[in-house]
Ligand binder design. Structure first.
Ligand SMILES: [Zn+2]
Length: 321
């Protein structure tokens, strides 16, 4: 099951301390809760977090935490704790407590164990815990590892990133590899140079089977293409709709991924006519041997009122004003 909205709280509170050994339960829980929230948000999950900085008694603390959870709409409640037993050098492991969510508890425990190299103690049904009994949404309580096991604490520290990502993967139903790259917001760049045209059924300079540099099928950018494959051709370059405003530039894929390029538009201004129009990225080009800056669609060239080798100014990515 993939959850869209989750509330995560750290166990205990600022003045109602939990276990303390090699690591401190409350401090670690707070750090992990925030990291997990970030990892989940990257996977598209709506997450709220809560840490109790106010309560002085355990009763007050438990009620305050549960009140926060129950005061919001969400699909899942999570409480993050660390376990304690006695000072030992060997591993003790992870367990996830539940009342109704046995399957999920087992999955999360196994994910944490695998990511952190921790012993998997697995899902444990506990009917005596206020958090699990009083939260109204499905709930699980993580006991990530033992604060007094040296092996656990070292593994937890070493694999902190992996543990958080593994929990986020399990809860979101996504793999970390599915997360789109989040490049830094690119700056607008202004370039000036000569222009030519390319693409469409009438571009005899392009082989009938020639493809495009970063569009591999029509579905990726249907607005760029003719509804049919032109006769005697098989490639996407000849299927471009010559009336659509598109552009090829020598994009630097290190600065912006191919997927990201497709999400932006360029502004093309004809220096001769002063007309400017936006254009969709469609291909990489023109070849570096030419002295041209850009190749554009026949339709764009017409609408700008210019011809081959006239000069254009190109702004990419263009943000609108
Ligand atoms: Zn605890």
């Amino acid at each position: 099951m993939a959850y869209n909205s989750i509330i995560i709280s750290s166990g205990h509170g600022q003045y109602v301390r939990g276990a303390c050994g090699i690591i401190d339960e409350v401090n670690e829980a707070r750090v992990l809760v925030e990291r997990l929230a970030t990892d989940l948000r990257f996977r598209g999950v709506d997450v709220k977090t809560f840490h109790d900085d106010v309560s002085y008694t355990q009763n007050e603390n438990l009620n305050r935490i549960v009140d926060f959870h129950n005061g919001h709409i969400r699909q899942l409640d999570i409480s993050v704790h660390f376990n304690a037993y006695e000072q030992v050098p060997h591993g003790m492991g992870v367990e996830v407590l539940y009342v109704t969510q046995g399957t999920l508890a087992g999955q999360v425990s196994a994910a944490i164990a695998a990511a952190g190299g921790l012993i998997n103690r697995g899902a444990k049904k506990r009917t005596d815990l206020f958090f699990l009994n009083s939260t109204e949404a499905p709930a699980i309580l993580l006991e990530v590892c033992f604060v007094d096991s040296e092996a656990d604490c070292f593994a937890y520290r070493d694999y902190f990133d992996d543990i958080s990502a593994a929990i986020a993967d399990t809860l979101s139903g996504m793999s970390g590899e599915d997360i789109p790259d989040v490049p830094l917001p690119p700056c607008e760049t202004t370039m000036t140079g000569k222009v030519s045209w390319f693409g469409g059924p009438g571009d005899m300079g392009v082989a009938p089977d020639e493809g495009l540099a970063f569009i591999y099928n029509v579905e990726q950018a249907p607005h760029l293409f003719l509804p049919y494959q032109p006769e005697d051709t098989t490639g996407l370059a000849r299927r471009l709709n010559p009336f659509v405003h598109y552009i090829a530039l020598r994009w630097n894929y290190d600065e912006m991924t191919k997927d990201e390029i497709l999400k932006h538009v360029a502004l093309v201004r004809a220096l001769k006519t002063g007309v400017d129009l936006t254009a969709f990225p469609a291909d990489w080009g023109p070849h570096g041997d030419t002295d041209r800056l850009a190749d554009i669609s026949p339709g764009l060239m017409h609408d700008l009122g210019i011809e081959t080798d006239d000069e254009v100014e190109v702004i990419f990515p263009y943000r609108g004003n």
